[in-house]
Design a protein around this ligand. Structure first.
Ligand SMILES: Cc1cc2nc3c(=O)[nH]c(=O)nc-3n(C[C@H](O)[C@H](O)[C@H](O)COP(=O)(O)OP(=O)(O)OC[C@H]3O[C@@H](n4cnc5c(N)ncnc54)[C@H](O)[C@@H]3O)c2cc1C
Length: 507
């Protein structure tokens, strides 16, 4: 048995990689293992939401993700007699540096995150599988098996299951995964297509279902996703079958060739009954799975990881008490439930055979969507949910407002907006950030000393002057995941002192 670890991360998909990046930034003693010998090379998620780009910027990887991806995508909805165009860039949101849906394959996203970890000396232990887990004296005792058959027992203070939909951590911790499977079968293929205009997502909607082509780049130019029409033959997925189904949706306007990958699958909508039991936590697909409608799955997993990572780090460093860890489930389980509900609605509208829904899908939506999205403000409202910029933790015990709340501007629990532009960059380094709005002379060093005492290396102070998200004289305390923990109007820091006393142990 090796010496006890602080954190064992099980699974090196996007969720595990993001968690490892944050644990590494805080200097936590952790290991990350994955049972597969190599990264997944076929792409699953195809798009990164603005909030994920913001959240990953602190690791310095966002510029590379944007450089590798396509931030200027269009949606083309193919109707019987015309094509309707909808912009997926310029989504009408002014408080983010990333107002677009970035198209990048999951394989590339994982490659960038893995490269970041390698650059910091972190080894992803591949070919290493968690096979059993028990809890002894509040530690996770994990039995690991390597590809060569050798076994090792690892003791970890915390074990995080980032091990996907069939999570071993979830099963070993006895956590239920309730939900349902959708009845529809989907066909998926990465291939070449003759007859499609590049740099756009193409949709074909009929009364019997939907067909999508997403630009992929590698290992093929296009990702095809189609609902198998109810009267179609349910047989092995072959190129002729894909061509036949495509013909039904497109009146034989497209020619498919050179498939790199073909499969069929059914979708599920399920959620973990708990996100934590004792020393075990669940994040990403281990905690929630749903339809890919709205491109939320990978993004939600990465943000689970970034909510949990800093909390684990501060507890392991002895800066915070166990109570901080309870807020992970309080904050992230409702987000998982909303994503499952939102994707379920979108999926139902997209696939329902109900005549009214079919009419809305094939006739009304394609006509109304472009008109509605023409107005910038409305576009912003539509995209705020899907972009995940609207996620807040206002009802969390970690969110507190002083006796005098700011009259305008972000509230406790909200994400810190990037307004004025560059504010997120200034507050991207690891740790907390204390934002002081109003004339700098209001914030002499002596008034800050009691707040910073014993925490100087964890709290960075920013005197913002007039360039602040609040029009009032105000102060806000930003958590390491970019959400505001505390806000108050005025220059009296007593309330913030009380907030810190609740969550932080001073050196
Ligand atoms: C066909 C398909 C299409 C999709 N399309 C989209 C999309 O368009 N947009 C979107 O956002 N999402 C999409 N998703 C979902 C997205 O891929 C997932 O949400 C995302 O991969 C979840 O990341 P994760 O890290 O939580 O889990 P995973 O990516 O599943 O990673 C889990 C990792 O854990 C490892 N592991 C499992 N068990 C063990 C064990 N016992 N010991 C050690 N390692 C273990 C696995 O090898 C794996 O590497 C799609 C998924 C599929 C299958």
């Amino acid at each position: 048995m090796t010496a006890p670890l602080d954190v064992l991360v099980v699974g090196a998909g996007p969720t595990g990689l993001a968690l490892a990046a944050q644990l590494c930034a805080f200097g936590v003693r952790f290991r990350i293992v994955d049972r597969s010998l190599d990264r997944v090379h076929e792409s699953r998620a195809l798009a990164i939401q603005p909030r994920t780009l913001e959240a990953l910027a602190g690791f310095g990887v966002t510029d590379e993700l944007v450089a590798r991806g396509n931030p200027a995508m269009q949606l083309r909805m193919h109707l019987p007699r015309r094509v309707v165009r909808v912009r997926l860039f310029d989504i009408g949101l002014s408080d983010t540096a990333y107002p677009f849906l970035l198209f990048l394959s999951q394989a590339e996203t994982e490659s960038v995150l893995a490269g970041h970890l390698a650059g910091r000396g972190v080894t992803i232990e591949r070919g290493t599988e968690l096979v059993r887990m028990e809890v002894e004296d509040s530690y996770g005792v994990c039995r690991m098996r390597r590809g060569d058959g050798t076994e090792e027992t690892v003791e970890a203070r915390y074990v995080v299951g980032c091990d996907g939909a069939h999570s071993t951590v979830r099963a070993e911790a006895g956590i239920g995964f309730e939900g349902y499977a959708y009845p529809q079968t989907f066909l998926l293929a990465d291939l070449e297509v003759d007859g499609l205009e590049p740099d756009a997502v193409h949709t074909y909607m009929t009364g019997n279902g939907m067909l999508f082509f997403f630009p992929l780049g590698s290992p093929a130019t296009w990702r095809m996703l189609a609902m198998l029409p109810p009267d179609a033959p349910d047989r092995e997925v072959t190129l002729p079958l894909l061509q036949e189904i495509t013909g039904r949706y497109t009146d034989n306007g497209l020619v498919l060739r050179d498939p790199a990958w073909m499969t069929d699958f059914r979708l599920h909508n399920r959620g973990a009954a708990r996100y934590r039991v004792g020393p075990c936590f669940l994040a990403g697909d281990a905690a929630h799975i749903h339809s890919p409608a709205g491109a939320q799955g990978m993004n939600t997993g990465i943000q689970d990881a970034l909510n949990l990572g800093w909390k684990l780090a501060l507890v392991c460093r002895g800066v915070s008490t166990e109570g901080l860890l309870e807020t992970y489930e309080t904050e992230r389980a409702p987000v998982g439930r909303v994503v499952r509900r939102f994707t379920d609605r979108a999926f139902t509208i997209g696939t329902s055979g109900n005549p009214a829904v079919r009419l809305a899908r094939t006739q009304l939506a394609p006509r109304l969507a472009p008109l509605a999205l023409r107005a910038t403000a409305l576009r912003g409202r539509v995209f705020r949910t899907a972009s995940e910029l609207g996620i807040h933790y206002r009802h969390s015990p970690l969110s507190m407002t002083g006796t005098r709340p700011p009259r305008h501007g972000p509230r406790a629990g909200d994400r810190l907006p990037d307004l004025p532009r560059g504010l997120q960059t200034r507050t991207a380094s690891t740790g907390w950030h204390l934002l002081l709005a109003g004339p700098p002379h209001l914030w002499p060093d002596e008034s800050l000393a009691p707040v910073l005492e014993g925490l100087d290396d964890l709290i960075a102070v920013h005197r913002l002057g007039e360039e602040s998200p609040w029009p009032d004289i105000a102060h806000g305390f930003v958590r390491p995941d970019g959400h505001l923990g505390y806000v108050a109007r005025g220059a009296d820091l007593e309330g913030l002192g009380a907030y810190l006393a609740q969550w932080v142990r001073r050196a």
